[in-house]
Design a protein around this ligand. Sequence first.
Ligand code: HEC
Length: 175
Amino acid sequence: MNKIIVSVVLAIVLVLGINKITDLIFYVEKPEKSAYQVADVTTSTSTTSSESSEDSGDSSISALFASVSAADGAKVFKKCAACHSISKGGGNKIGPALWGVIGRKAGSISDYKYSKALVAHGKIWSFEEMNGFLIKPKEWIKGTKMAFAGLKNAKERAAVILYMNENSDNPLPLQ
Ligand code: HEC
């Protein structure tokens, strides 16, 4: 009888012990899950905020032209110069020649081998289009081979767009 009672008690203790261990594992998992959730929330918040700054950037990029100069843009262009020429008659480097790029159709330099994605994009490089691209090239044109993270600062974008517009036979009128 005693042996039976002891083994029953042991069985209960075992079951309880297993429960506790399961609980422990369960508790370890929980914070992990919520940590992921927090990360998700952060990502989506930052996406939302960058989207909203994108929006305001979109509608006001030409409005920023008044507060920047082409000389500022020339400084910003140093970030691009490793891969792009900007002067008249400048050739292609890692990236296509950018003389007159504003107002030109995307992917239209005939002797440059663009990615399929950029050619398929096929839009005209308006101020707004260029602004959107320069925020995050790889997001604006998925599959572009331009390995450049982007210009987060709207004034830098405005300045470099103004600079590129001036380096052209046919600059677009500033609105
Ligand atoms: C690491 C090299 C690299 C840097 C830095 C870089 N680009 Fe590019 N860029 C490229 C490549 C490569 C392409 C061609 C992309 C494709 O075909 O998908 C390109 C394409 C472009 C185009 C499309 C041109 C066309 O003919 O349609 C524009 C506009 C452009 N870059 C502007 C810039 C500007 C402005 C900067 C600096 C803020 C910059 N790039 C920095 C490599 C670079």
